[in-house]
Design a protein around this ligand. Structure first.
Ligand SMILES: O=C[C@H](O)[C@H](O)[C@H](O)COP(=O)(O)O
Length: 265
């Protein structure tokens, strides 16, 4: 199976999903003739795992609702691998009986798989909508292959067309005001402190920091902007993932899986 051409493997996987459709889900899969987002996430996650994960690999796992389906697929396979995970995904890994590791023991990963809030035509990502971005970027940066999984709602020509909440920026708590002002002054828009929904006060990340959501006004040169924001004292990391993703799998409304690779420059 591993020797098959990747495209054939993906095609076969999609066919398999269609054949087994009634057994792969509970409840209604379709709404007004289109696949619902949850099922689209599952399609993307299963396709990515089946295509990229092999026996005895060290796999990085991100966070979010889409990655749950990837871990589910990893847990159902009989292959043996280690998972390098973020704090947020730790329980998920353990629940599925997968072997947990860390970057001290495995600083080099074969593959990292993660979700995204938005993916543009050049495979630049916005991540961190769920409050996790720094650890995800570290894990992705340690992987030979960084694979992204998403449903059709994340597919975008240009950042900001789909994801309206802005670019998350993780900041040291004492610096959130000056960082917010510096971002707005230099790049326009506004950078707003993210507040918790279910408790008073700001969202606190896994690294005990705050998050600013930078609502930019227009398209930017994302690589340069990412570098410049990271130079502002107090910034820990941005949710801009530029030039990192090797392939994105989109689960589509019509039940197919679309892939996108970076443009050849
Ligand atoms: O902070 C959260 C992470 O960056 C997620 O990977 C991202 O928000 C996508 O999450 P979801 O799969 O739930 O859309």
């Amino acid at each position: 199976f591993n020797q098959l051409d990747e495209k054939i493997r993906l095609k076969r996987f999609v066919q398999l999903i269609h054949l087994k459709e009634p057994t792969l889900c509970s409840g209604s899969r379709r709404h007004h003739g289109t696949l619902m987002a949850e099922e689209a996430k599952k399609l993307a996650a299963y396709a990515a795992v089946d295509t990229h994960i092999q026996n005895n690999q060290v796999v990085g796992v991100g966070s979010g609702s889409t990655i749950v389906y990837a871990v589910d697929r990893l847990g159902k396979t009989k292959i043996c691998f280690l998972s390098i995970v973020l704090i947020q995904a730790r329980q998920l890994i353990l629940q599925h009986g997968l072997t947990l590791s860390d970057l001290e023991r495995h600083p080099e990963l074969d593959v990292a798989i993660d979700g995204a809030d938005e993916v543009d035509a050049a495979l630049t990502l916005i991540k961190g909508g769920g409050g996790c971005l720094t650890q995800e970027k570290i894990v992705a940066g340690c992987a030979k292959h960084f694979i992204v999984i998403a449903d059709y709602r994340k597919d975008s020509k240009a950042l900001g067309q789909q994801w309206k909440k802005g670019v998350p920026v993780e900041v040291i708590p004492m610096a959130y005001v000056p960082v917010s002002r510096a971002i707005a002054r230099r790049f326009g828009g506004e950078a707003v402190l993210r507040m918790a929904v279910s408790k008073a006060g700001p969202v606190v990340t896994d690294n005990s920091n705050f998050i600013l959501d930078w609502k930019f006004e227009h398209a930017q040169k994302w690589k340069e902007v990412n570098t410049a924001i990271k130079m502002i004292p107090g910034v820990v990391e941005t949710g801009l993932f530029v030039g990192m993703a090797e392939r994105v799998y989109f689960g589509m409304e019509d039940g197919s899986v679309k892939t996108r690779d970076p443009p050849i420059n």
